[in-house]
Design a protein around this ligand. Structure first.
Ligand code: AMP
Ligand code: MG
Length: 472
């Protein structure tokens, strides 16, 4: 069997200023630890033998048709503009058009230094690679737009982080790696021709129905609004919503310090570097709007009549909070079993969330238990739930089949932080059983899987993960 990837590259056709040609830097002893066959099928990739795939997904051999490049971008990191970022430890091998007609990037992450590495070593260690593999695939199974994981390889090399760690490379699949920061870099440098070229490229690739830069802005706004509401609905905290991690295609991208909440609290932050809580759970909608404003600012630079463009862009951005709220309400209505719309629904939902926050209720388990008899057990003071449930039951009488509605949208299984940590610790010791088990269970998050009920448990005091790290 020979690994074949039917490359059909478009980004590498853009002018030189968009990227640097950069081959992955070979590693010592690649070993394939995961390959996603279902995804490979969609990409029309035919798998090769294991050693061949290890060599390819480590970057030691280039598959036929690959044109490796490191992409240029910039971005706001924690609100401060950094004029020069770019792929510091990733190369884009190329693109394929899948069986579903969708064009996708195939990127190696952790594949060595590039001209954009600044002081970084260009590598990744096994922990973040497996974390991204599991969490991105789990997001996909939850029905949330996301980059995906095609393969993970151990490099046989040591990477220095908190200590010596095993090195690894992730093969990441994305609808594209265009970010808000890809537009910002050309706007910041006043490279209007490149900015126009990029705008046309993004429209052509993602939103062919969009009319010009402001049409693109509208589409990105809508896609991001839908995405953020979905994150909120499963208790997902991205952790580093910098503009360089904000995808034009509206996918979740960059799983550095991300986390799913166990106990519900709106101010929850896990990332060790987010000291001010800028990217806290409940701030995510505001940050998405802030990021869209940065995209608007960049896009405007190419328009001839800046004054009317500013006005139009402002209107587009100002409509975003309302759109996120609409999407949020749709998801949370369903989470409490409501399909019809009534005026009091929003208050009913926020009342539940407030009671959950005051009672240390587990976000996922509380919603999953709604309708059963044990939702009240999720609350420190079960009567806080009982009081709420009275009004809720009355409201439910005007619904057709609330149980089915809730079961379809409230997952039983999420990738809990402590399970991810345990999985990584086992893998570092050479035990991949927890990794494979997590992937298998999280592929069906809305199904009851009694044999996996241990994976629904919140962490014990000793297991609680208090901080997450970018870990690159
Ligand atoms: P992130 O916070 O993961 O979005 O990364 C921000 C920027 O830092 C990106 O441009 C990365 O490519 C770069 N970067 C992160 N880790 C490394 C590393 N180990 N070596 C080189 N560049 C890196
Ligand atoms: Mg990033």
């Amino acid at each position: 069997m020979t690994l074949t990837i039917p490359f059909d590259n478009s980004y590498a056709r853009l002018p030189d200023g968009f990227f640097a040609r950069q081959a992955p830097v070979p590693v010592r002893a690649p070993r394939l630890v995961a390959f996603n066959e279902g995804l490979a099928q969609i990409l029309r990739i035919s798998p090769g033998d294991v050693q061949e795939m290890a060599e390819t997904f480590a970057g030691n051999t280039l598959p036929e048709g690959a044109e490796p490049i490191a992409q240029l971008y910039s971005g706001h990191q924690f609100g401060t503009y950094n004029p020069q970022l770019g792929d510091g430890r990733a190369v884009l091998l190329g693109e394929t058009v899948g069986t579903d007609g969708v064009r996708r990037d195939i990127q190696l992450k952790g594949s060595g230094q590039t001209p954009f590495s600044r002081r970084g070593d260009g590598r990744a260690w096994l922990g973040p690679v497996l974390r991204e593999y599991v969490v991105s695939e789990a997001m996909h199974s939850l029905g949330i737009p996301t980059t995906r994981a095609l393969a993970a390889v151990e490099t046989g090399e040591v990477v220095l982080r908190e200590g010596p760690m095993p090195g690894a490379v992730l093969t990441r699949i994305a609808k594209s790696h265009l970010r808000v920061g890809t537009f910002q870099v050309f706007a910041g440098r006043r490279q209007v021709a490149n900015l126009k070229r990029l705008t046309d490229y993004a429209i052509d690739r993602h939103y062919p129905q969009a009319d010009g830069p402001m049409g693109l802005l509208r589409e990105v706004r809508d896609a991001q609004a839908r995405l953020i509401a979905q994150w909120m609905s499963v208790g997902f905290i991205h952790g580093v919503m910098n503009t360089d991690n904000s995808s034009i295609a509206g996918e979740t991208i960059d799983y550095g310090p991300c986390a799913f909440m166990d106990r519900y609290h709106p101010n929850t932050v896990y990332s060790s570097i987010d000291r001010m809580g800028r990217y806290a759970y409940s701030n995510q909608p505001d940050i998405a709007v802030w990021n869209l404003a940065q995209l608007a600012t960049a896009l405007i630079q190419q328009l001839d009549d800046p004054e009317s463009a500013v006005q139009e862009a402002t209107e587009i951005v100002h409509a975003m909070p309302g759109l996120i709220q609409q999407e949020w309400l749709k998801h949370f209505r369903a989470k409490i079993g409501l399909i019809t719309e009534e005026k009091g629904d929003e208050a009913l939902i926020t009342d539940l969330l407030t009671r959950m926050a005051h009672n240390s209720a587990d976000f996922t388990n509380t919603f999953r238990a709604l309708g059963g008899d044990n939702a009240r057990d999720q609350f420190l003071d079960p009567e806080a739930y009982d009081e709420w449930a009275k009004g809720w039951r009355a409201r439910q009488e005007r619904e057709q089949d609330p149980q089915a509605v809730m079961k379809a949208v409230n997952p039983a299984f999420i990738p809990r932080n402590h399970r991810i940590e345990q999985m990584i610790q086992a893998a570092v010791q050479g035990d991949y059983a927890p990794f494979h088990r997590l992937n298998a269970v999280l592929a069906h998050p809305y199904e009851d899987q009694p044999e996996a009920s241990d994976l629904t448990h919140p962490p014990t005091e000793k297991e609680v993960v208090h901080a997450t790290f970018c870990g690159t």
